[in-house]
Each structure stands twice: as C-alpha cells, then as structure tokens.
Design a binder for this molecule. Structure first.
Ligand code: ZN
Length: 105
C-alpha cells in the first residue's frame, strides 16, 4: 500500500467512525494499509486481572484506521488536503496542493 503519510504526521479522518477528528500518526501498517492514530478509533480492551487491577479493567486504546480514511491535516488550510511531491536534489518534500505549504521542513 503506497501512502504519502508518515509517522508523527497530523492527520484528519475523513470517513468512518472517527470522521472529523484529527490526531498524530503513531504507527503506520503499510502491509495492511492501516494506521494507528492518537485518540482516533478508540476501542475498549478488557485487561486481565493484575495486581494493579484486581478485578480486571476496561481500558480504551487506539484501534487501526484505514489509510484511505485519512488525509494529512494542513495547518494553513485548517483541513485535510491532498499532497504533492517536490523533488529538491535527492530530497522529496511533500506539499499541500492548495496553499503550497511544505510539510517536511
Ligand atoms: Zn494547505
């Protein structure tokens, strides 16, 4: 799965359960075409009983979200945007197609 997104990017969910929310990419799973995004697509997990939680506990954690449901969030446009790629010598710089904001400076 090809994606222009990278770890630590701030993305916006444009579809699915987390639609309209934004967060930071914690993990990219290129093989499955999904990502883990901070605060998005929360799922409830039941933990086993432990010393800390003798009764067990329900914790919320991030589930994965399809990359096709995510767009990079442009701080200038204040919305999810399409990306272009500029080659500058050997370096690839991603930019917002709307306002030309460069993300990789
Ligand atoms: Zn922009």
């Amino acid at each position: 799965m090809k994606t222009l997104l990278r770890k630590n990017d701030v993305v916006l969910a444009i579809a699915g359960r987390s639609r309209g929310k934004q967060g930071k990419v914690l993990e990219l799973q290129r093989n499955s075409g999904r990502a883990v995004v901070e605060g998005l697509q929360m799922i409830k997990r039941h933990t086993k009983k432990s010393q800390l939680h003798p009764q067990g506990a329900i914790v919320e954690k991030e589930g994965t979200i399809a990359l096709s449901n995510l767009m990079l969030f442009c701080p200038t446009c204040q919305k999810g945007v399409r990306l272009g790629i500029k080659r500058d010598g050997g370096k690839r710089t991603r930019f917002c197609r709307k306002c030309k904001h460069e993300f990789d400076k």
